[in-house]
Design a protein around this ligand. Structure first.
Ligand code: NAI
Length: 591
C-alpha cells in the first residue's frame, strides 16, 4: 500500500522525514500564553477542582450513587444524591438490564450515548465488560442508523465541528476543545458514511463511535481522543431540504477549497498537538481517501482504517487460514470482486506480505492478485481509463466480464468480496472455487449482512463443508451434515485499537506498512489450536484487550526498528507496557 501511495507521492517514502518537522509536541503551550506578546489577546483558562453540583455534572468524574460517605462529605454532595450507596458493579448490572429492555437498537444507542455524557467511566466499564453485546450498539450497524437520524437525536454536540465557516480560523477552533493532551483524532468529512453514502455533518456519529472503541478496546484514554467532522457541505438532497439539518446547507465544496480547508486542519493539528498525534481518516469518499493518505503519509502520523485497517485484518485472517492449510502466502492466487478502498488496500498489503516472505519484487507478487470492478476484470487494455489506485492491478489478460468467467480464467485459491453488492458469489461461482481447490478460502466482506457476497450457510453447503470462510458482517455458526462450522468475522475493530495504542505508546511519528504487517501477524498469532479446531481464523472478540496489547507491542517493536519511535529508550517488555498503558474504567477514589 505504501508502495501504491508512494507512486502517488512521486517517490517520497514514509521514512523520508520532513526536515522542518519537530518531534516535540506543542501541548505545553497550546493556548499560546507563553509565546504571546503583551499586545496579543489570550484566553483566560483556569483549572478548578470540581465539587458539589458541578462534580455530578462532570462526566469524567461523576460516579453517581457510587460516591462514598466520605466523598459526599468532602465534595459537598450531601443532599444532592439520594442516601443509597451503590457500587459500580451494581450500577453496571442495572444499566445492562435497562439497555436489554429496549427493543430498538437506536434506543440502546441513545441510552449508551446518554450514559457517556453522564458518567464516562461507567459507560466504558459497561462497554468493556460486554464488548460482544454492545459493540454493535455503539458502532456498526447501529451507528449507521444513528448518523442517518443524527439531526433528530442530536441533543448536545459531541466532538469538534470544523466547517467552511471556520476556514482561516481552524487553529482557534482546535484551541476551543477543552482537553489539551490529544493522542488520537478520528476525522471524517461525512461523504461516504459506511454503506450509506453522503450524510454530511451527521457523519459525526462515526468518529465518536470509533474513538469509543479506541478507548474500550485499545485502552486510549477518553480525554486523549478527539472526534472531528469537517463540514464542506453535502450533496444529499434530503438533508439539504431538511429544515432540521445540523450542517452547512450547501453542496459539497471540492477541489482547491476542499483541499485548502483539509490542509489548514492538518497543519493546525500538528501545530497544536505536535507530531505524535494519530490522525485517522474515516469514511471519506475513495477519491479523497487515497489522496489524503498519500499526501499526508510522509508529514503526519496518519492512518485510514477503510484502506489500511481493513487490509491488515483481512491479511491476519489469511495468515491464520494458511496455518490451517499449510503452505506459503506466495503459493496462492487471489481474486477480488470489488476494487475500491477495501479491495485495493487489501490487495496491496497481501502483495507486500508475499514479497516480504518470498523475497520476490512487489511488481511480481502483484501479478498473483486479480481484481474485478463493476466493468469486469481489471486488465491492461483498460489501463488508460482506470483510476490511479486500480492501475497497479491491470495485468495482461483478455477482457473478462462476469465473475464465474473470471474464476474459470484465473483459478484463484482465494476469493474475496469487497464490492458492496450482495449475493454475487452464486452457487456456480462457489462450486467453481471448490472444483479448482480442495479447500478454497472464501471471504465475503461486504457489509451490512444483506450486502454480503454470500452467506456462511451458502459457503459451507455449496462447498460441502470444504470452504474456509469469513465475512464482514457476523453470521451464526452453521451445521452441515452433522458438523458445526464457525464463520470468522473480519472486523476492523480487531486491528485499529491495538495499532493506535502501539503508535501512541512508542511515540511513533509515522505509520509504515511494516506496522500493518506486524499488526496482522500479531492478530493471527492470537488464534489458538482450539479456535482452529472450530474452523475459526480470528480469535473471539471477548479477549480484545489482550489481543490489542499484543498488536500494540508488535507495532511498537516495528516503530523502534524503523527509527520512527520517539519514546526512548525502548522499554524492555512492550506487551507489559501496552497492558499498563491501558485506560481502566474503574472508579477512582477522591481525596
Ligand atoms: P468502494 O466504493 O471504495 O469500492 C467498491 C468497489 O466495488 C468498486 O471498485 C466498484 O467498482 C466495485 N463494484 C461495485 N459493484 C460491483 C459489481 N456489481 N461487480 C463488481 N464490482 C463492483 O467501497 P469500499 O470501501 O471498498 O467497500 C466495499 C465493501 O467492503 C463495502 O460493502 C464495505 O462494507 C466492505 N468493507 C468490509 C470491511 C471488513 O470486512 N472489515 C472493511 C471495509 C469495507
Amino acid at each position: 500500500m505504501e508502495s501504491t501511495l508512494k507512486e502517488m507521492r512521486v517517490g517520497a517514502s514514509v521514512l523520508d522525514m520532513d526536515p522542518k518537522s519537530t518531534v516535540g509536541g506543542g501541548v505545553e503551550d497550546v493556548y499560546g500564553e507563553d509565546r504571546a506578546t503583551e499586545d496579543l489577546l489570550v484566553t483566560p483558562w483556569t483549572i478548578s477542582v470540581a465539587s458539589g453540583y458541578t462534580l455530578l455534572r462532570d462526566p469524567q468524574h461523576n460516579k453517581g450513587l457510587a460516591f462514598t460517605e466520605k466523598e459526599r462529605d468532602a465534595h459537598y454532595l450531601r443532599g444532592l444524591l439520594p442516601p443509597a450507596i451503590i457500587s459500580q458493579q451494581l450500577q453496571e448490572k442495572k444499566l445492562l438490564k435497562t439497555i436489554r429492555q429496549y427493543q430498538l437498537p437506536l434506543q440502546k444507542y441513545t441510552a449508551m450515548m446518554e450514559l457517556e455524557e453522564r458518567n464516562e467511566r461507567l459507560f466504558y466499564k459497561l462497554l468493556i465488560d460486554n464488548v460482544e453485546e454492545l459493540l454493535p450498539v455503539v458502532y456498526t450497524p447501529t451507528v449507521g442508523e444513528a448518523c442517518q437520524k443524527y439531526g433528530s437525536i442530536f441533543k448536545r454536540p459531541q466532538g469538534l465541528y470544523i466547517s467552511l465557516k471556520e476556514k482561516g480560523k481552524v487553529l482557534d477552533v482546535l484551541k476551543n476543545w477543552p482537553r489539551k493532551s490529544i493522542q488520537v483524532i478520528v476525522v471524517t468529512d461525512g461523504e461516504r458514511i459506511l454503506g450509506l453514502g453522503d450524510l454530511g455533518c451527521q457523519g459525526m456519529g462515526i468518529p465518536v463511535g470509533k474513538l469509543a472503541l479506541y478507548t474500550a478496546l485499545g485502552g486510549i484514554r477518553p480525554s486523549a481522543c478527539l472526534p472531528v467532522t469537517i463540514d464542506v457541505g453535502t450533496n444529499n438532497e434530503e438533508l439539504l431540504n431538511d429544515e432540521f439539518y445540523i450542517g452547512l446547507k450547501q453542496r459539497r465544496a471540492t477541489g482547491q477549497v476542499y483541499y485548502e480547508l483539509l490542509h489548514e486542519f492538518m497543519t493546525a493539528v500538528k501545530q497544536n498537538y505536535g507530531e505524535k498525534v494519530l490522525i485517522q481518516f474515516e469514511d471519506f469518499a475513495n477519491h479523497n481517501a487515497f489522496e489524503l493518505l498519500a499526501k499526508y503519509g510522509t508529514t503526519h502520523l496518519v492512518f485510514n482504517d477503510d484502506i489500511q485497517g481493513t487490509a491488515s485484518v483481512v491479511l491476519a485472517g489469511l495468515l491464520s487460514a494458511l496455518k490451517l492449510l499449510g503452505g506459503n502466502i506466495a503459493d496462492h492466487t487471489f481474486l477480488f470482486l470489488g476494487a475500491g478502498e477495501a479491495g485495493t488496500g487489501i490487495a496491496e498489503l497481501i502483495a507486500l506480505e508475499m514479497s516480504r516472505q518470498s523475497k520476490v519484487p512487489l511488481e511480481e507478487t502483484r501479478k498473483m492478485i486479480w481484481l474485478m470492478d463493476s466493468k469486469g476484470l481489471i486488465v491492461s487494455s483498460r489501463k488508460d481509463s482506470l483510476q490511479h489506485f486500480k492501475k497497479p492491478w491491470a495485468h495482461e489478460h483478455e477482457p473478462v466480464k462476469g465473475l464465474l468467467d473470471a474464476v474459470q480464467a484465473v483459478k484463484p485459491t482465494v476469493l474475496i468480496g469487497t464490492s458492496g453488492v450482495g449475493r454475487t458469489f452464486t452457487k456456480e461461482v462457489i462450486e467453481a472455487m471448490v472444483f479448482y481447490n480442495e479447500k478454497p478460502i472464501i471471504l465475503a466482506l461486504s457489509n451490512p449482512t444483506s450486502h454480503s457476497e454470500c452467506t456462511a450457510e451458502e459457503a459451507y453447503s455449496w462447498t460441502k463443508g470444504k470452504a474456509i470462510f469469513a465475512s464482514g458482517s457476523p453470521f451464526a455458526p452453521v451445521e452441515y451434515e452433522g458438523q458445526v462450522f464457525y464463520p470468522g468475522q473480519s472486523n476492523n475493530t480487531y486491528i485499529f485499537p491495538g495499532l493506535g495504542l502501539g503508535l501512541v505508546m512508542s511515540g511513533a511519528i509515522r505509520v509504515h506498512d511494516d506496522m500493518l504487517l506486524a499488526a496482522a501477524e500479531a492478530l493471527s498469532g492470537q488464534v489458538t489450536e482450539e479456535h482452529f479446531s472450530k474452523g475459526l481464523i480470528y480469535p473471539p472478540l471477548c479477549n480484545i484487550r489482550k489481543i490489542s496489547a499484543h498488536i500494540a507491542a508488535l507495532v511498537a517493536t516495528k516503530a523502534y526498528e524503523l527509527g520512527l519511535a520517539t519514546r526512548l529508550p525502548r522499554p524492555a517488555n512492550l506487551v507489559k507496557l501496552a497492558e499498563s498503558c491501558m485506560y481502566s474504567p474503574n472508579y477512582r477514589n477522591y481525596r
